[in-house]
Design a protein. Structure first.
Length: 245
């Protein structure tokens, strides 16, 4: 019998992705022969820790998302469900929290639009939260010079980039903190780290990965396709075809 998972991964795939300029929602756009969602799930299913995986999709795409998840799944030790997401990112996460198994201690929230995120990033953030009990996000140093501007586009100041990090996903958060933060949320936050921090909980940043860039535009989709085509990792093991509910 497989052990009950301590970690859950919420994969957000319910967005429309209008800026990508495709007819289907972003997560179902083809990326080098597979849907973006399928590419993202392959990394999740390769995690060392047995996990509960919850995928949110547009209601009309839930059956297709189940097919994509089943094709990407390579081990039965991961428990998978696909549900209809909400109108916003935050609502999709809140809906997903109701699906968590009793033994889950840590929740990873990941954007399917970051399909090339390596498995090592998922493993690292999950392990760090299990070790410390503190929320963890992956991030990269900011290399560009950042200017703060006013409403007229005039530079007000130059921001010290040594104090900045470009934050990615998966964001790993203790379950109790994430549930309380969503229950108390009075407004919409851009990510779950900000939501948890709004209640006073600390959030740590560990090293992210440049492959974890977000696909938002056609240019980024072409960049992702070129990286997959050049990498031996683009040949991924075939899924078991097990049922996903």
């Amino acid at each position: 019998m497989n052990p009950a998972p301590r970690v859950a991964v919420v994969v957000l795939a319910a967005g429309t992705g209008r800026r990508l300029g495709q007819s289907e929602p972003k997560a179902f756009v083809n990326l080098a022969g597979k849907p973006i969602l399928g590419r993202a799930l392959e990394a999740v299913f390769a995690m060392v820790e047995p996990v509960q995986v919850i995928v949110t999709a547009p209601a009309a795409y839930v059956p297709l998302a189940r097919q994509v998840a089943a094709a990407a799944r390579a081990a039965e030790r991961h428990r998978v469900s696909v549900i209809a997401g909400g109108a916003t990112r935050q609502e999709s996460v809140r809906i997903s929290l109701a699906e968590l198994l009793d033994g889950v201690e840590v929740v990873l929230v990941h954007d399917a639009a970051r399909p090339l995120t390596p498995t090592v990033v998922f493993d690292a953030v999950a392990a760090e939260v299990l070790r410390t009990g503190v929320a963890v996000v992956p991030g990269l140093p900011v290399t560009d010079t950042i200017k703060r501007i006013d409403d007229d586009g005039v530079v007000v100041e130059t921001v010290d980039r040594d104090e900045l990090a470009a934050v990615q996903t998966p964001q790993a958060i203790p379950r109790t903190q994430l549930e309380r933060a969503h229950a108390a949320a009075g407004s919409d936050f851009t990510d779950d780290a900000a939501l948890v921090a709004s209640l006073g909980h600390p959030v740590a940043v560990i090293a992210g990965d440049r492959l974890s860039f977000k696909i938002t535009t056609a240019w980024e989709l072409r960049q992702a396709e070129s990286l997959v085509d050049r990498s031996p990792a683009s040949v991924i093991r075939v899924g078991t075809g097990v049922d996903v509910h």
